[in-house]
Design a protein around this ligand. Structure first.
Ligand SMILES: C[S@@+](CC[C@H](N)C(=O)[O-])C[C@H]1O[C@@H](n2cnc3c(N)ncnc32)[C@H](O)[C@@H]1O
Length: 240
């Protein structure tokens, strides 16, 4: 039984907050939506979601080992989480090498000796992926990519996970999602309509079921769906 399976009944209660509590988290005015990883909007989203995500990760991450972040962007999350897991080595990554200086300068500001130099991983290009012979990971996490990326990105995440995850490792995917073809809340529907209005083909909320379908061929399946504030989820995938 994976660690999340024994914890998630507890997690769901712990991390499901009332809408009043969620409102408190989003008091800070929202900048205009802009998925560029170094934008004020992405930084704002990170300040809003980092503590709820951390509270889950504190329960499911191992005390020691290796953890890989995909699509790290500015590195705001990995550098925020790392001090809470001093015996874990965190590996940031992104396909956009322009963000690497920001990841490294935040690491230096915070004195995070357990954050490795970022590596380039393009989830659509297996030739860019780290070799399993180099290192296996206890966990992989990815935050807020699916609103602005095709569902096929989960092919990449699952395919990579099937190669570099330890046998009992897991993938934690954070973001807003549709469930069974529908919105879970009016606010997620409003958010989706806002990003769809930009008319960028890959933008828009993805359905959890479609992520499952993309992961299935690689033997990676959904284990749990955890509710987080502001109508987001953490999806836990692991080996079948
Ligand atoms: C909205 S930003 C989120 C960044 C970060 N996770 C955060 O929450 O602050 C989306 C990130 O996905 C990365 N990304 C997009 N397509 C990717 C791909 N094919 N492979 C790896 N990273 C990708 C972008 O470079 C960007 O850093």
């Amino acid at each position: 039984m994976g660690i999340w399976q024994s914890l998630t009944g507890f997690l769901r209660k712990e991390n499901t907050v009332s809408s009043a509590a969620a409102e408190k988290i989003i008091e800070e005015p929202r900048p205009p939506i802009d998925p560029y990883p170094l934008s004020p909007y992405v930084a704002w989203a990170g300040r809003r979601n980092r503590d709820p995500i951390l509270s889950v990760f504190k329960k499911i991450f191992p005390a020691s080992g290796n953890i890989l972040e995909l699509a790290s962007g500015s590195g705001q999350h990995i550098n925020y989480f790392a001090p809470h897991f001093p015996k874990v080595t965190f590996q940031p990554s992104d396909y956009d090498t322009d963000v690497f200086d920001t990841i490294k300068s935040t690491r230096a500001d915070k004195g995070n000796a357990n954050v490795a130099d970022p590596i380039r991983i393009d989830l659509t290009d297996p030739s860019s992926w780290p070799a399993p012979a180099d290192k296996l990971y206890d966990a992989i996490f990815v935050i807020n990519i699916f609103q602005v990326a095709p569902v096929s990105i989960n092919d990449g995440i699952a395919h990579l996970a099937s190669k570099v995850l330890k046998p009992n490792g897991f993938v934690a995917i954070y973001g807003p999602f549709k469930v069974d073809g529908g919105y879970t809340t009016a606010s997620n529907e409003a958010f989706d309509k806002e990003i769809l209005a930009a008319k960028v083909p890959e933008w828009g909320l993805k359905d959890v079921r479609d992520l499952e379908k993309a992961a299935e061929p690689y033997g990676i399946v959904l284990k749990e769906r955890l509710d987080l504030p502001a109508n987001n989820f953490i999806l836990i995938f692991g080996r079948r």
